[in-house]
Write a protein that binds this ligand. Structure first.
Ligand code: SDX
Length: 428
């Protein structure tokens, strides 16, 4: 294949360089197209447009491949831990024992949050969605660490800001839950590991001893690994573009949390459970709901199905589906909506509409069933996704900053009125 692409505009030819990545992906570099030809490209939803070159995560949507820094998600889910994966994503290599021990100690020591966070939390009514609370608390970190407003400060100061955020995220998440249900918050327990500490802050009651169930902690840690990064998805692209204006890490991550909240993105895990509950309440007639999903006149979509990149299967969904079976069996939980979910998947895999459009279960289809079995309330599911995705967002923000990428500012094609003169209101 030539390393240039020829584009003809108005009878004039332009040669544009083709770049190739380490997995043989190719892209036409159009950064000089407008200057040479006067025209731009347009691609709503950026379905065919790359925003950056990145060394963090590799996806192959046709083969169902997902790797973080070259390591397959299957191996990391089986052999690693979420904190080790967080280190891998942020710093680019798996840590040595010494590096991991130092990293873990720092995360443990920074898990406590300022007491004034409780005052901020008390301002949120119990009806607040935890995602709105979480994005507020993350952005509020700029108030407690005003030096973090300068993303151009030293690498060690930026790294301290990263450590603080990874460390405090579980505390923010658990405290927002406790505040919502009117229970006193639990302070971090430095004797616990990352995931067990989160569970203790979420579920411990003042009058009782609490010990995290290792089955639950292991399942939760695996889910966090599976959500840790996913190249240039909607929320990661948001983090990058907000950070490209030299806004702080905390402001950029807060924006990413809000982008993830949408039901077409990370909010789908909550929407899937609500959908399955509706189908169960409606008598479990999956054929009726499949028909609704295919009916263009019906706004209903099969939540947890379809993906912009994966067109055969989402490798995370395969791992999570198996984990759902294992966890529910170990916990002795018999959740009828798991059977409804499996029934929907079987029907969709046989249905022309879904097969033709290459719509398969995505990461959100089974994850909520596990969260539910672990005792996590539905409106906290997307918070769990955000906790998992945090190291990926941070790694992507850090890469964008280190590569000194320009401020993101897409162009447009104007379709409004041509020039016209102002008319006095009395004459309109
Ligand atoms: C995540 O990008 C990432 O990497 C995201 C993510 C990550 O880790 O960051 O993987 C996490 O966001 C997973 C996706 C979670 N969302 C859902 O489960 C919501 C339901 N799915 C969709 O809304 C949809 O599939 C998207 C948003 C995921 C993808 O949308 P696209 O790529 O823009 O595809 P599309 O909307 O253009 O759909 C193509 C066709 C359309 O039909 P036609 O116009 O061709 O007739 O497929 C249909 C759509 O109507 N379709 C669906 C469907 N998803 C797509 N029809 C019914 N049910 C669905 N779920």
């Amino acid at each position: 294949m030539s390393n240039t692409a020829e584009i003809k505009v108005g009878g004039q030819s332009y040669d544009l360089p083709i770049i190739e990545g380490t997995e043989q992906e190719k892209a036409i570099d159009i950064s000089k197209l407008r200057g040479q030809s006067g025209v731009i490209t347009i691609d709503p939803g950026f379905k065919n447009t790359g925003s950056t070159q990145s060394s963090i995560t590799f996806l192959d949507g046709e083969k169902g491949i997902l790797r973080y820094r070259g390591y397959s998600i299957e191996q990391l889910a089986e052999k690693s831990s979420f904190l080790e994966v967080a280190y891998l994503l942020v710093y680019g290599q798996l840590p040595t024992t010494e590096e991991f021990s130092r990293f873990t100690d720092k995360i443990t020591r920074h898990s406590l949050v300022h007491e004034d966070i409780k005052t901020i939390l008390e301002g949120f009514p119990s009806t607040s969605h935890p995602m709105g609370v979480l994005s507020s608390l993350v952005c509020a970190q700029t108030a407690f660490y005003p030096e973090s407003l300068d993303p151009n400060r030293s690498a060690s100061e930026v790294d301290l800001g990263i450590i603080r955020l990874i460390a405090k995220m579980p505390t923010f998440a658990a405290w927002s839950y406790k505040n919502k249900i009117g229970q006193p918050v639990n302070y971090p327990d430095n004797k616990q590991n990352y995931t067990s500490n989160f569970m203790k802050m979420m579920f411990a009651l003042p009058a009782e001893e609490y010990e995290a169930d290792p089955v639950v902690a292991d399942a939760l840690d695996k889910l966090l690994i599976l959500h840790a990064d996913h190249e240039q998805n909607c929320s990661t692209s948001t983090v990058r573009i907000v950070g490209s204006s030299h806004a702080s890490l905390y402001a950029s991550i807060s924006a990413g949390i809000n982008a993830l909240w949408g039901p077409l993105h990370g909010g789908a895990n909550q929407a899937v459970i609500e959908m399955l509950e509706n189908i169960k309440t409606d008598g479990g007639d999956t054929k009726k709901w499949m028909a609704k999903a295919k009916d263009k006149e019906d706004p209903f979509r099969l939540m947890g199905f379809g993906h912009r990149v994966y067109k055969n299967f989402d490798p995370r969904a395969k791992i999570i589906k198996k984990a759902a079976d294992d966890v529910l069996e170990k916990l002795g939980v018999n959740d009828p909506i798991l059977d409804i979910a499996k029934g929907l998947e079987e029907e969709a895999l046989r249905d022309d509409y879904f097969v033709e459009r290459k719509l398969y279960p995505n990461v959100d289809f089974y994850s909520g069933i596990i969260y539910r079995a672990l005792g996590i309330p539905t409106d906290m599911f997307t918070v769990m996704f955000a906790m998992g995705r945090l190291p990926g967002w941070i790694a992507q923000w850090k890469e964008m900053r280190e590569n000194k990428e320009p401020i993101g500012r897409p162009r447009q094609v104007y379709t409004g009125f041509n020039e016209r003169d102002y008319v006095d209101m009395s004459n309109r």
